[in-house]
Write a protein that binds this ligand. Structure first.
Ligand SMILES: Cc1cc2nc3c(=O)[nH]c(=O)nc-3n(C[C@H](O)[C@H](O)[C@H](O)COP(=O)(O)O)c2cc1C
Length: 322
C-alpha cells in the first residue's frame, strides 16, 4: 500500500490536499492521526516569504507530528520562486517542496499570473521546476490542473516537462481552471498523465469515500489519491478510505460524541496556534462542516458561524450534543 516520492516512503496512498485556511498544523496533525499517509500544507506566497512577511512566515509553522509533510509555494517569477524554495529548504522541517500550478482564484491566477495560469506556459513551468530542483535538497513536487480551459487541456505535455525538469511527483487535479470546482474531475486525464511519466502521480478530484478512492486508483493507475473537500470537518475520511482499500470494509461514521470531541479538540489546538480570536473565526467555517449530515443541526450551524469566544463555541456544542 506504500509508495515513494524520491527516497521518502509514504505508508499508504491517502493524502490530505493543500487547502488555504484549512490545511494548517492542527488539521494536518488530525489528518495524520486519522490515517493520511502524507499531508500537504496550504500554499504560501513566494514574495511573502522572501520579503519576510510575518503572516506568511507563520503559515510555515509545523510540528514533527504531522510528518511526512509537503509545503506548497505559489508564484510565477523564476527568481523569487527559487529564493522562496531555498528559504523553505533551509528553514522548514517539511519533507517535500510542492509548487502550486492549479490555483484558480483571480488573486493568484490572474493578478499574480501564478497557480493555474502557469498551465498556459509550459516553458516557464520547466524553468521554474528545473531551477528549484537544482537549488534545493528536498524533493520537489508539482500540483497541476488538467489545463487552463477545455480547449487547452495539456496536463500530459506539462507533466512530461515537469518530469524532465527533475520533479519527483505530480498531483493532477483533474479539472481545468475554468471549471473551478464545478463539474466532475476527469479521470481520463489522470490516467493519461500516469501513462506518460515514470514519477509518482497523485490523483485528485472528488474523492469522498472508500469506493471513490478505489475507483480513482484502479481506473487511472495513479500512485495515491489526494483528498480536499471530503476532509472538511471530516478527518475520519482517511481511516475510512484506508480500511476500505485494505479489505472493502465500510467503517461506521463517527458517533455524535466523537464528532463533538473532535470539534472541541480541533478548536483548542487552533486556539493554541493562532490565539482565540483568529481560531474562533476559522472555526466558524470548520464547525458547520463537522455537522454535515447531522439532523436538526441548523440552529447550531448558525450559532457556530457567529461564535465569538471559545466558551461560546463549547457552550453551543454542549447544548446540542449534551
Ligand atoms: C478551501 C480550499 C482551499 C484550497 N487551497 C488550495 C491551496 O492552497 N493549494 C492548492 O494547490 N489547492 C488548493 N485547493 C484545491 C484542493 O487542494 C483540491 O485540489 C481541490 O479541492 C479538488 O480536490 P477535492 O475534489 O478532493 O476537493 C483548495 C481547495 C479548497 C476547497
Amino acid at each position: 500500500m506504500s509508495f515513494k516520492i524520491g527516497n521518502l516512503v509514504i505508508n499508504n496512498k491517502i493524502i490530505l490536499a493543500p487547502m488555504a485556511g484549512v490545511s494548517n498544523s492542527p488539521f494536518r496533525i488530525l489528518s495524520r492521526q486519522y490515517g493520511a499517509g502524507l499531508v500537504f500544507a496550504e500554499m504560501v506566497s513566494d514574495k511573502g516569504l522572501i520579503y519576510q512577511n510575518e503572516k506568511t512566515k507563520r503559515l510555515l509553522f509545523m510540528t514533527d507530528y504531522e510528518k511526512p509533510m509537503a509545503q506548497q509555494i505559489f508564484g510565477s517569477d523564476l527568481k523569487t520562486m527559487v529564493e522562496a524554495a531555498l528559504y523553505i529548504d533551509k528553514n522548514s522541517n517539511c519533507d517535500i517542496i510542492d509548487i502550486n500550478m492549479g490555483c484558480p482564484v483571480p488573486k493568484v491566477a490572474i493578478k499574480a499570473q501564478a497557480g493555474a495560469s502557469l498551465m498556459k506556459n509550459p516553458n516557464l513551468i520547466y524553468d521554474i521546476v528545473s531551477e528549484i530542483v537544482k537549488h534545493v535538497t528536498k524533493p520537489v513536487s508539482v500540483k497541476i490542473r488538467s489545463g487552463w480551459d477545455h480547449s487547452s487541456v495539456n496536463a500530459v505535455e506539462v507533466a512530461k516537462r515537469i518530469e524532465a525538469a527533475g520533479a519527483q511527483a505530480i498531483t493532477v487535479h483533474a479539472r481545468t481552471r475554468s471549471q473551478g470546482y464545478g463539474g466532475l474531475a476527469d479521470l481520463d486525464v489522470i490516467k493519461a498523465v500516469k501513462e506518460a511519466v515514470k514519477i509518482p502521480v497523485i490523483g485528485n478530484g472528488d474523492v469522498i469515500d472508500g469506493p471513490s478512492a478505489k475507483r480513482m486508483l484502479e481506473y487511472t493507475g495513479c500512485d495515491a489519491v489526494m483528498i480536499g473537500r471530503g476532509a472538511l470537518g471530516n478527518p475520519w475520511i482517511f481511516r475510512e478510505i484506508d480500511q476500505y482499500l485494505k479489505d472493502g470494509t465500510i467503517l461506521e461514521r463517527p458517533s455524535h460524541d466523537e464528532i463533538k470531541e473532535m470539534m472541541i479538540r480541533h478548536m483548542e489546538s487552533l486556539v493554541e496556534l493562532k490565539g482565540e480570536h483568529t481560531a474562533i473565526l476559522e472555526m466558524r467555517s470548520h464547525g458547520p462542516w463537522y455537522l454535515k449530515g447531522i439532523d436538526h443541526a441548523s440552529t447550531l450551524r448558525k450559532q457556530l458561524s457567529q461564535a465569538k469566544t471559545k466558551e461560546e463555541f463549547i457552550q453551543f456544542i454542549e447544548q446540542f450534543f449534551g
